[in-house]
Ligand binder design. Structure first.
Ligand code: PLP
Length: 429
């Protein structure tokens, strides 16, 4: 990596030499049509729309108009084959074998389905270990699922608390909790990247620790997929699920994905909540009563997929394919190093007493700043200045410059603005 210099012209050099610079043109950037005054740092919340998305959607509509139900089997791209492209591309991002991926439903639905298969309490092994400060929907899914089984969530869930004042649950805390409760844990279920702190959990170590005590392990990858490098298969993760509207840019309510380790695909001891779309594809339309699932992750599908949602995801993944996942990751690392290099200045200035960055180095795109005072005022002024960021109670600003459409110059400008705004609110202790 090049030695960084603290100048705007150096930011411009980084942009000029960026092999992915042309991909920004492939996205609709909010505000840019009107006055070019917005900077979008919310790819962690809702990724931007690829300009080709309407074209892909139109393709589905055209095929439907031209061929009706026959579109499943005829036309330029028969719908029955759509899933294969998505799975191939997604398996690269997930670090999985293609047949371990299924594109289906949405995230919270998939958490329920995965619990149906992989929460297998038996004897004194009944507990589910999660991180405290897990995303609320995960918590609701787990609690309601446990209640549904007639158990009390409070006695089943072990929430790993953060021991440090920055509210960050550390890998070590999770590993220790796994060891301490080993024989009682049926399932470890952790958000691969914490949505609040941006911390990237050491999934490999957590998976291995879970295995050592005889527990299953699953991850919620909502903030990880398309953001950080994953090796689900090699890490021996049992299952994972994610949504596709954050770093994957597939639009609000996009179709989600699951990973299921191949060892379970034909394991009859694994129960599942089944539907006809999980039936062996070649015999699906014979409408048998007894259920014979497809012998890969698609055996967990339930319903006829939305081809329109598939089209949105295909549009997005075709950009990842062109860009190359390795190059996206490479740029992400340089971007993170760049913003931290610029922040270092602020973090040694007087204003440092106002906030800390609670996201550890080497994380993905997201940074979370925890304020001791005036956080909301600083946030409001950054918004006023055209930066699209988000605020999480009680006092955190989150931002996520992403490799496919953000620039090094945007990061430079942001850090300059941040300095000015902080100084305006700095009060000598
Ligand atoms: C975004 C997010 C969700 C949202 O789930 P949906 O079912 O897609 O609305 C759930 N869990 C985590 C960890 C998330 O980051």
């Amino acid at each position: 990596m090049k030695q960084f210099q603290k100048t705007k012209s150096f930011a411009e050099v980084l942009d000029k030499e960026d092999p992915l610079r042309m991909f920004r043109e492939e996205f609709c950037i909010p505000g840019s049509e009107i006055d070019k005054s917005k900077t979008y740092f919310l790819g962690n919340s809702l990724g931007l729309q690829p300009k080709v998305t309407p074209h892909y959607i139109q393709g589905v509509l055209d095929q439907w108009a031209a061929n009706g139900v026959e579109s499943f089997f005829m036309g330029e791209t028969p719908w029955i084959h759509q899933h294969a492209f998505l799975v191939d591309q997604m398996s690269i991002l997930a670090g999985a074998k293609s047949h371990e991926i299924s594109i289906m439903n949405q995230l919270t639905v998939n958490i329920h389905l995965m619990l149906g298969s992989f929460y297998r309490p038996s004897g004194k092994r009944k507990k589910i270990l999660i991180e405290s400060k897990a995303f609320p929907s995960d918590y609701y899914a787990l609690s309601s699922f446990i209640s549904f089984l007639g158990e009390d969530p409070a006695s089943i869930l072990i929430q790993v608390e953060s021991l440090d004042p920055q509210m960050k649950v550390q890998d070590e805390d999770v590993i220790n909790a796994i060891k301490d409760n080993g024989e009682e844990i049926a399932l470890v279920f952790i958000g691969g990247v914490n949505y609040y702190t941006g911390h990237v959990f050491d999934m490999k170590r957590i998976a291995s620790a879970a295995k050592q005590v005889g527990a299953l392990v699953g991850f919620d990858l909502a903030h990880a997929i398309g953001n950080v490098s994953l090796q689900l298969h090699n890490w021996d993760v049992d299952f994972a699920c994610w949504c596709s509207y954050k770093y994957l840019n597939a639009g609000p309510g996009a179709v989600g994905g699951v990973y299921i380790h191949e060892r379970y695909h034909t394991d009859d001891s694994i129960k599942r909540l089944a539907g006809w779309w999980g039936y062996k594809q070649e015999d699906r339309f014979q409408m048998h009563q007894s259920f014979e699932p497809e012998s890969d992750a698609t055996g967990w599908q339930l319903s006829t997929p939305s081809l329109i949602l598939y089209a949105c995801l295909e549009a997005s993944l075709s950009i990842f394919k062109k860009a190359g996942w390795e190059r996206v990751i490479e740029k992400q690392k340089i971007m993170s190093a760049w913003i931290r290099f610029l922040l270092a200045d602020i973090l040694v200035s007087e204003a440092r007493s106002m906030f800390i960055c609670i996201t550890p180095e080497g994380a993905g795109c997201q940074l979370s700043f925890l304020f001791s005072h005036s956080g909301k005022e600083v946030f409001d002024e950054l918004i006023e200045a055209g930066y699209m960021l988000d605020w999480r109670e009680p006092n955190v600003i989150r931002l996520a410059p992403v490799p496919l459409y953000n620039t090094f110059t945007e990061i430079w400008d942001f850090c300059e603005t941040l300095k000015i705004v902080l100084n305006r609110h700095y009060v000598k202790p």
